[in-house]
Design a protein around this ligand. Structure first.
Ligand SMILES: Nc1nc2c(ncn2[C@@H]2O[C@H](COP(=O)(O)OP(=O)(O)O)[C@@H](O)[C@H]2O)c(=O)[nH]1
Ligand SMILES: [Mg+2]
Length: 358
């Protein structure tokens, strides 16, 4: 999973990046519209993996990973005529966005639009993304329509279908609504436009950067595949620099019950509709991520394509059942150790062993 941290200058993107990744990048360097990316890969914290690792004592324990990109250079007006080049490229390759919005007051930190107004700021950036997608749609429509004119009846059957779909997208964007709000778009239709990397099709987690004082800065963001979370960016970034013991004390002092690093990942998993399953053994205990609703062979494919191709059956234990039973051996006498076939829908927390033949 690859998440982009976007937002207006001085909203706290780099601060939040530090909080989420434990990096220690210098903040307060508004890139003045210049495009700038920082990337970090972090393990997804999961206490179930820790427990399984304690049970199997494997040589190696592997967590799933999330890539964060701190993307500087977005501001009002950047999308005039369409976002260009590398910036749009980076944005279109992400799985989703953390849209950081300034909600903290601090007279030492200039705000590009003077006063703190989260709802307005969200709309500024959203409009840039809408505009970018609109330009993409229009360019693509123009090309398809000219192809249709030139080829007439011999045109590929997919062309008129795509024109219809893009006309729908266009009307929707012109009504200033993000594409992720569109209902009744089929998975096949989504697949047909995947290559265009529409920005407003991707899930968004709005991150209200609240600052030191917790106050009521709740906002409504009524869109599909979206959610809102409030964080204390600067404090969380400081906590990320501490060792575990000091971090705990600090969190207590500020009334923080869950670190933003795990909170953001948890919410992102929900937004992206993905879940975790595990493989266990003496060599390795490992977490994997897969789409909610994936079948056993699809989950096998997340491990290796050979396991999907040669899939025979999956041995499955639910994590909670295994913990309750206390060991794999005890598990086998409970009748909850299952053999599942090709149609099985993998559940969050399943411990899976794939039987395959290639
Ligand atoms: N008071 C306060 N300042 C913050 C907070 N988060 C970020 N800042 C400050 O705001 C300025 C801009 O932050 P930065 O992360 O560089 O913003 P970016 O331009 O969006 O990457 C820096 O001086 C930060 O120290 C916060 O929660 N409270
Ligand atoms: Mg920055």
């Amino acid at each position: 999973m690859k998440l982009g941290i976007v937002g207006l200058p001085n909203s706290g993107k780099t601060t939040i990046f530090n909080a989420l990744t434990g990096a220690n990048l210098e903040t307060g360097l508004a890139s003045g519209g210049r495009f700038e990316v920082h990337t970090a890969v972090v393990n997804v914290p999961d206490t179930r993996v820790d427990k399984l690792s304690g049970m199997y004592k494997p040589k190696k324990t592997t967590y799933t990973q999330v890539t964060y990109q701190d993307i500087g250079g977005l501001d009002k007006g950047v999308a005039e005529g369409g976002l260009k080049g590398q910036l749009r490229n980076e944005l279109s390759q992400l799985d989703g966005y953390l849209h950081v919005v300034r909600a903290f007051e601090d007279e030492n930190v200039p705000h590009p639009y003077e006063d703190v107004d989260p709802a307005r700021d969200i709309e500024i950036l959203d409009s840039e993304f809408l505009l970018t997608d609109l330009v993409t749609v229009e360019n693509r429509l123009e090309r398809l329509q000219s192809e249709l004119r030139v080829k007439g009846k011999t045109v590929d059957k997919a062309v008129p279908d795509e024109i219809d779909l893009l006309e729908r997208f266009k009307a929707h964007l012109e009504a200033e609504k993000p594409l992720r709000d569109l209902e009744d778009v089929t998975p096949d239709q989504l697949k047909s436009v995947r290559g265009y990397g529409f920005l407003t099709l991707k899930p968004v987690l709005i991150v209200l950067n609240q600052g030191e004082e917790l106050r009521d800065t709740s906002i409504s963001y009524d869109h599909r595949h979206s959610a809102v979370v409030a964080l204390q960016g600067k404090i969380e970034a400081e906590i990320a620099q501490l060792d575990a013991e000091d971090a705990e004390m600090f969190m207590e002092e500020y009334g923080i019950t869950e670190r933003s690093a795990s909170r953001v990942i948890r919410l992102s998993y929900e937004l992206m509709e993905i879940q975790s399953f595990f493989t266990v053994g003496e060599d390795e205990v490992r977490a994997w991520s897969v789409a909610i609703g994936a079948t056993a062979p699809e989950a096998a494919g997340a491990i290796h394509s050979d396991l999907q191709k040669g899939f025979i059956r999956a041995e499955v234990m639910a994590y909670d059942d295994l913990i309750e039973a206390g060991s794999e051996a005890a598990m086998k006498s409970t009748g909850k150790f299952r053999l599942e076939g090709k149609e099985y829908i993998v559940k969050d927390g399943d411990i899976v062993h794939i039987r395959f033949n290639v």
